[in-house]
Write a protein that binds this ligand. Structure first.
Ligand SMILES: [Zn+2]
Length: 103
């Protein structure tokens, strides 16, 4: 489960620009509800028809409260970053425990 803090920490660590790419403000609504976790990708066929392939992309999405710009980020990339970040935090804790037990 990603929290808003996880997402904010990830975006900061990735060097993402926190400002809206359209209006420049930093005033986002972040939707974490189940229904908002996937993006449907429409497939445009040569005959002009559209279909929705079965595979969907897990995402988090943010809406600029000022201009309505929609911004999406891959949920998987953020979760992978969080897992790696958590591992490194656990390594530090384990290292401290080892140091403590040597005393
Ligand atoms: Zn905006």
């Amino acid at each position: 489960m990603l929290t808003n803090d996880d997402i904010a920490d990830f975006l900061a660590a990735a060097g993402a620009n926190p400002s809206c790419g359209i209006c420049g403000q930093n005033n986002w609504f972040l939707n974490q509800e189940d229904a908002a976790r996937t993006a449907m990708i429409l497939k445009n066929s040569a005959d002009g028809s559209f279909t929705i392939p079965p595979a969907h992309i897990p995402i988090i999405w943010m809406v600029c409260n000022n201009c309505g710009n929609l911004r999406m980020h891959s949920r998987e990339v953020i979760e992978q970053w969080k897992a790696k970040h958590r591992k490194s935090s656990l390594s530090v804790v384990k290292q401290k425990i080892r140091q403590f037990t040597k005393i």
